[in-house]
Design a binder for this molecule. Structure first.
Ligand code: GLN
Length: 288
């Protein structure tokens, strides 16, 4: 059997579950990742026979994909801002929306020198590592309460040569704040999906991604945002900025929270799907 025939077999066996288009793109990611080749170099071998090991890898992956395991957990990698990040079930798969948050921060920080950034709840390290690589003159720290996540994030930083410093820290525990320094910019994409939103979510998210990185109680959806805003009041330098990814239904509540904490220049931004997904705010200079 050639690669081309194996392609068809993979697509046919996934199309019933994922639809043809999605099955085709999963097959492409799978082959390119397992072979570590570009689409152009793949064309050169497409009509040759794959090794038995490649066949076994594909069969094994198909079993997982049929059980709705996300493709990124099957290959063990995800691409974020053009960087190849290792992921496993201990971290959330970075989302394309979050790339927009990174781009907005890169644009904001572009001309500035000597800024110190903190990413809270870094997970795979996606935000912190991308910022550090895209803004190599800036200092980037990152924290997470999960040691499994920190292991993934530091391995990604090492592989990609990103000089991020990691802290094991639970932002909800105020006593742990003292180990952290001061920052010019704090960013976070904390858990924000309400338990009641579970019903509308896909099994590949619900059954495989870490619930602790996703869900918040319906009666306290801003749990992490409240803690991080209070942390930012203490740890942001005057004139420093706070950047969040948010639940699209919490824009107004976030605006009130940031206003009541005394932040100014509050700006909400939409994601590429047109949903209110990000918010940034500035710590007043005369607060100090
Ligand atoms: N955007 C993610 C999702 O839709 C949620 C990320 C988060 O909770 N911070 O699954």
């Amino acid at each position: 059997m050639t690669y081309r025939e194996l392609e068809k077999m993979v697509i046919d066996s996934l199309a019933g579950i994922y639809g043809y288009q999605e099955a085709r793109s999963i097959q492409k990611i799978l082959f390119e990742d397992f072979l570590q080749c570009t689409p152009a170099s793949y064309l050169l071998i497409r009509d040759t026979e794959p090794s038995p090991q490649f066949g076994d890898q594909v069969i094994n992956a198909l079993g997982k994909l049929k059980q709705f395991t996300p493709i990124q957990y099957v290959t063990g990698f995800s691409t974020f801002c053009g960087f190849r990040l290792k992921v496993n079930a201990g971290v959330l798969i970075p989302r394309p929306e979050t790339e927009e948050l990174v781009k907005a921060i890169v644009q904001y920080c572009g001309g500035q020198k000597k800024i110190k950034i903190l990413d809270i709840g870094t997970g795979s390290g996606a935000i912190a590592i991308s910022l550090s690589l895209l803004l190599p003159h800036l200092e980037v720290d990152a924290s997470d309460f999960s040691s499994d996540a920190l292991a993934v994030a530091s391995s990604n930083a090492e592989t990609l040569n990103a000089g991020v410093q990691f802290f094991h820290n639970d932002i909800l525990q105020r006593e742990s704040w003292s180990q952290m320094g001061s920052y010019n910019l704090i960013v976070s994409n904390p858990p924000y999906v309400k338990q009641s939103e579970r019903a509308s979510m896909h099994p590949n998210v619900l059954e495989y991604e870490p619930s602790v990185a996703l869900f918040v109680p319906d009666d306290n959806p801003l749990l992490f945002y409240t803690a991080i805003s209070e942390f930012a009041l203490e740890k942001l330098l005057p004139g420093g900025t706070l950047w969040f990814e948010i639940n699209e239904s919490e824009g107004k509540a976030m605006h009130s929270l940031l206003t009541s904490c005394g932040f100014v220049n509050i700006v909400a931004m939409n994601d590429f799907r047109g949903k209110q997904r990000f918010i940034s705010a500035t710590k007043q200079i005369d607060n100090q």
